[in-house]
Design a protein around this ligand. Structure first.
Ligand SMILES: [Zn+2]
Length: 131
């Protein structure tokens, strides 16, 4: 039996059903969601991901502790957030620039982002004028 979940069909707006589920990591689910309306029958691949812990388990699974691709992506989001807020400013000071540079290097050295991405972020930083 498929389960109805809180995803709505983008075509007809009715609740979709999970018809298939894969779990490649403890934090990550890949779902196939299908519309059951006989005049529609759209289906999609969807992902369901736990992105960061709010409260740690009293009995943590070690596999979850080590396999944290989700938290790495969280760091990159953080960098993106800092960078885009600086981009809205006409000029930034040396301190702000050094901070973001350090952030980019840290993400690169921890293999959270690859060289191409690091370079893209550095280029964006270069575009912002210093005071
Ligand atoms: Zn539909």
């Amino acid at each position: 039996m498929s389960k109805s979940i809180g995803f709505y069909c983008p075509h007809c707006g009715k609740r979709m059903h999970v018809t298939s589920r894969k779990r490649p990591s403890p934090l990550f689910n890949e779902l196939i969601v299908s519309c059951q309306v006989s005049e529609c029958l759209a289906s999609f691949a969807a992902t369901l991901e736990m992105v960061r812990p709010i409260h740690n388990s009293l009995n943590p699974n070690t596999e979850v502790e080590i396999g944290l691709p989700a938290s790495k992506r969280q760091w990159e989001k953080e960098l993106e957030h800092h960078l885009s807020s600086l981009e809205t400013l006409p000029t930034i000071d040396e301190h702000q620039k050094t901070y973001i540079e350090g952030f980019i290097s840290a993400l690169f050295h921890s293999s959270t982002i690859d060289l191409t991405r690091a370079q893209t972020y550095r280029n964006r930083l270069q575009q912002i004028k210093l005071i």
